[in-house]
Design a protein around this ligand. Structure first.
Ligand SMILES: *[C@@H]1O[C@H](CO)[C@@H](O)[C@H](O)[C@H]1NC(C)=O
Ligand SMILES: *[C@@H]1O[C@H](CO)[C@@H](O)[C@H](O)[C@H]1NC(C)=O
Ligand SMILES: *[C@@H]1O[C@H](CO)[C@@H](O)[C@H](O)[C@H]1NC(C)=O
Ligand SMILES: *[C@@H]1O[C@H](CO)[C@@H](O)[C@H](O)[C@H]1NC(C)=O
Ligand SMILES: *[C@@H]1O[C@H](CO)[C@@H](O)[C@H](O)[C@H]1NC(C)=O
Ligand SMILES: *[C@@H]1O[C@H](CO)[C@@H](O)[C@H](O)[C@H]1NC(C)=O
Ligand SMILES: *[C@@H]1O[C@H](CO)[C@@H](O)[C@H](O)[C@H]1NC(C)=O
Length: 344
């Protein structure tokens, strides 16, 4: 009861006014209507336009600074104008950039291949970025890393002072690529990334290179440093002195496993725009590098690498138990790996 009583005087204060003073009421109502009008109008202005239309204008100004590139309609999704956060592209800001990824396996010539690409003034390939586990921990860390690379914010020795027109990285199949293939294929599709498959024909040679490289990791015959790639024939000769022993009971299953992984990768990424290369073909036929430059739509240059091949000549001189390896592969689908010989 006490509560009700105390409320009544407050209400009655408002309603008592009209009886006593109609002029005051009119003024109050007028003021009230004016305040409401101003308030409603301000909301209307906000909603209709001032702020969003300013945003819209900004988008137009920044998104179309460059003349349309003279390309085929199907090519449009592959052309980009990145705006790095870490620096300004300045005079290069209207140079279109294409995104690529070299998809390969360890010891398949991708290191050498990448040095060739990086010899191009306009290509920047940033190395085996996903060899670091944290970066491939899950799809979000993978995408974060890729975004940085493709936005030209990944600063490495491959970064160019020239106008980059193709930017990418080297990505081994076992570095989260196969594991997260569905999401990565989708990313490649939405961001317009092209794939360069680089595999080795002779998987026996690859196996020898894997074994020798893993031996070198511990033995370090080159003045105590581990080198996966060398730049002089002398260094190559020292590394090639080591002859691995191949476990022949695992040989065929291992070769099969590599073959299966390769064809799986191709099947997963077959909807991605891609080019397929064998290392051996690039070694023998430098015209293949023209195909790659054409694929990346960069001006054709004569590309050079300082790297020297480690294991050349017949394979028989690079394996301890050659007789046994021969016996194991004779009559199988892998027999030609024994015969194949090529030189750079
Ligand atoms: C390409 O290789 C040649 C020969 O090694 C070298 O002189 C040149 O500076 C390299 N260009 C780039 C962009 O790395
Ligand atoms: C992904 O991995 C990073 C680093 O290990 C971690 O911080 C993050 O929480 C993970 N994100 C998801 C969605 O699992
Ligand atoms: C390649 O780089 C040069 C030097 O910066 C530049 O003039 C040229 O426009 C670039 N080419 C492409 C296709 O971006
Ligand atoms: C080892 O280092 C010495 C001195 O720096 C150098 O002359 C020699 O060529 C190096 N040897 C190899 C195999 O790298
Ligand atoms: C070859 O591999 C098998 C299976 O892992 C193993 O049991 C065998 O001991 C290995 N042989 C040699 C000579 O290392
Ligand atoms: C890609 O490979 C899958 C599975 O092998 C197949 O079903 C699909 O038709 C292929 N797509 C293209 C575009 O080749
Ligand atoms: C070298 O590669 C080009 C382009 O891929 C091809 O047209 C040509 O036939 C190849 N030449 C040889 C000798 O294999």
């Amino acid at each position: 009861m006490g509560d009700e009583h105390s409320l009544i005087p407050k209400d009655s204060f408002v309603f008592k006014l009209p009886k006593k003073s109609p002029l005051v009421l009119r003024t109050v109502v007028l003021l009230f209507v004016m305040v409401c009008t101003v308030y409603i109008c301000s909301i209307c202005l906000k909603q209709i336009g001032v702020v969003p239309s300013a945003g819209f204008l900004n988008v137009e100004v920044f998104e179309r600074p460059c003349p349309e590139p003279n390309i085929q309609p199907w090519d449009i999704p592959y052309v980009h104008y990145p705006k790095p956060k870490t620096y300004s592209r300045e005079e290069c800001s209207c140079n279109p950039v294409r995104y690529f990824a070299i998809l390969s396996m360890q010891r398949s010539g991708s290191g050498w291949f990448e040095t060739l690409l990086n010899n191009h003034t306009n290509i920047s390939s940033n190395g085996e970025i996903f060899s670091v586990k944290d970066r491939r921990a899950n799809v979000s860390t993978i995408f974060e890393t890729l975004d940085k690379v493709y936005n030209l914010d990944w600063l490495s020795s491959a970064s160019k002072n020239e106008c980059t027109s193709a930017v990418g990285l080297k990505w081994m199949l076992n570095q989260g690529l196969m594991k997260n293939h569905e999401e990565i294929v989708e990313y490649f599709k939405t961001r317009g990334v092209s794939a360069i498959f680089l595999f080795r024909r002779n998987l026996l040679r690859r196996m020898i290179s894997v074994l020798a490289n893993s031996y070198d990791r511990d033995a370090k015959p080159l003045n105590g440093t581990h080198k996966s790639h060398v730049h002089s024939p002398k260094e190559a000769e020292i590394l090639a002195r080591y002859k691995p022993l191949i476990n022949t009971s695992l040989l065929i299953p291992d070769l099969k496993q590599v073959q299966e992984m390769t064809s799986k990768a191709l099947a997963y990424f077959n909807t991605t725009r891609h080019i397929f290369l064998y290392y051996e073909d690039v070694v023998k036929n430098r015209t293949k590098l023209d195909d790659v430059q054409e694929f990346l739509k960069v001006p054709k240059l004569d590309l050079k690498s300082r790297q020297v091949k480690i294991h050349h000549g017949p394979l028989s001189q690079h394996v301890q138990n050659w007789e046994e390896v021969q016996k194991t592969l004779k009559g199988t689908g892998f027999e030609n790996f024994l015969l194949e010989d090529y030189r750079r």
